[in-house]
Design a protein. Structure first.
Length: 348
C-alpha cells in the first residue's frame, strides 16, 4: 500500500514537468501558412506574402487596420506604415465583427477553447467571445470562424511590436470612410481608432504641433505627390509641398536617421544650429549625408523648414518613398518598395 503514494507523487511530478515543457515550447508552424517576406507595395502582396519594414519608423505608438474588403492587414508605427499582409477573416455565417478594438490578451502558444483545441500561434485577443489575430492558413479568401488569420512569420514579427491595449480597427464599406477601408502609407486612423481627416492647407503648408506635443518624430517624403509630412507621437503635425532639385532624378525608398551633431559642425542654414548628418542605411551599406545636402534635393518652403527644425533631433527618422500619401491615391498605390544602394545626393 505504501507504493501508491509514491506512484501518485511520481505522476504529479511528471505532469508538472510536462506542463513546464509545454509552456516553453514553440507554437506549431505546420498548421499555418509560413509566409514570405517581400519588399513590394501592399496592393501587390499575394496570400502568404507580407511586407515588414520596421526600420522605416523604429519608435512610436502602433495602430493596426484590418480591411475586410481587401482581406489585408496594415500596421503603422508613429503614423507611417511598417508592415502589411493579406489575411483570412470570417467566412459566411462566421463573419469577423467590424469596429474599433483593443488587444485584450496575448499568448504566444494558444489553443482554441471552442474549435477542437485548434492551434492559434501568436494569438492576440480582440474580443472575449473568441475573435483574435493569430497565425493560420491563408487560402486567399475569408475562411475562418471569425478570427483574423495571418502568415506565421508575419504574426511572429507583429507579436514582437504590439502590447495589450493597442488599437485594432476592423473596417468595412458600411461603417468606415474609404481611406480606412483602403489604407495607404500613412495611418488613416489615430491611435484611438478615429478616422483622420485631410488637413486644410493654407498656402500649401500646415503646421500644428499642438496636435501631438511630444513623442518620437518621423518625416515622410512622398515623391508622387511632392509632399513632406511630419509625424509626432503617431499624429501628423505638419505638411508642406516640395520641389525636386533635379527633376529627372530617380528616387526610390531611402531610410535615414538623424545623428548627434558634433560641436565643431558648421551651422545649419534652416535652424542656425550645428549642422547634423543623417545616417542612410541601405542593405549592407551605410552612408551619411548632411541636412544641407538633403535640402539641395528636396526644396521646401523656408518657413516650414524652420518650423520642422524645432521638433527634429537625434533619432528622428526620415523616409523617402515613391507612392503618394494622400487619400485620393491610396487605393491605387502599386509602386514597388525597394531599398536602393546608398548614394549621396548631389548638390546642384
Amino acid at each position: 500500500m505504501k507504493v501508491l503514494p509514491t506512484v501518485f507523487a511520481g505522476l504529479v511530478l511528471l505532469h508538472a514537468l510536462s506542463a513546464l515543457a509545454a509552456a516553453g515550447k514553440a507554437p506549431p508552424k505546420h498548421t499555418s501558412t509560413v509566409g514570405t517576406e517581400r519588399l513590394v507595395a501592399p496592393a501587390k502582396l499575394k496570400p502568404g506574402e507580407y511586407l515588414w519594414v520596421p526600420e522605416v519608423s523604429p519608435r512610436g505608438p502602433v495602430v493596426m487596420v484590418i480591411s475586410l474588403p481587401e482581406q489585408r492587414a496594415y500596421v503603422y508605427r508613429n503614423g507611417v506604415i511598417i508592415g502589411a499582409s493579406p489575411v483570412s477573416t470570417g467566412k459566411k455565417g462566421h463573419e469577423t465583427p467590424t469596429g474599433v478594438f483593443t488587444i485584450l490578451q496575448k499568448r504566444e502558444d494558444h489553443y482554441s477553447n471552442i474549435y477542437d483545441n485548434a492551434p492559434m500561434p501568436y494569438m492576440q485577443r480582440l474580443t472575449w467571445s473568441g475573435v483574435a489575430l493569430h497565425a493560420g492558413r491563408l487560402p486567399g479568401y475569408a475562411a475562418s470562424h471569425g478570427c483574423i488569420r495571418l502568415p506565421y512569420d508575419f504574426a511572429q514579427k507583429l507579436y514582437g511590436v504590439t502590447k495589450t491595449g493597442l488599437t485594432v480597427v476592423v473596417s468595412d464599406r458600411q461603417q468606415f470612410p474609404d481611406t480606412v477601408v483602403h489604407p495607404g502609407l500613412v495611418a488613416p486612423v489615430t491611435t484611438t481608432g478615429e478616422a483622420v481627416g485631410e488637413p486644410s492647407l493654407a498656402g500649401g503648408v500646415v503646421w500644428r504641433p499642438e496636435l501631438s506635443p511630444e513623442g518620437p518624430v518621423t518625416i515622410l517624403i512622398t515623391i508622387d505627390d511632392r509632399r513632406i509630412s511630419v509625424f509626432r507621437g503617431g499624429l501628423e503635425i505638419g505638411r508642406a509641398p516640395f520641389t525636386l532639385g533635379a527633376v529627372k532624378r530617380k528616387i526610390t525608398l531611402h531610410v535615414l536617421t538623424m545623428l548627434e551633431a558634433p560641436d565643431s559642425a558648421p551651422l545649419d542654414r534652416a535652424s542656425g544650429r550645428p549642422s547634423t548628418r543623417w545616417l542612410m542605411v541601405s542593405g549592407e551599406h551605410e552612408d551619411s549625408v548632411t541636412t544641407d545636402q538633403l535640402l539641395d534635393v528636396f526644396k521646401a518652403p523656408s518657413e516650414f523648414l524652420q518650423q520642422a527644425a524645432t521638433v527634429v533631433g537625434p533619432g528622428t527618422t526620415l523616409v523617402v518613398a515613391a507612392p503618394a500619401a494622400d487619400a485620393s491615391t491610396r487605393t491605387t498605390v502599386t509602386t514597388n518598395v525597394s531599398v536602393v544602394t546608398a548614394e549621396t545626393p548631389a548638390a546642384n
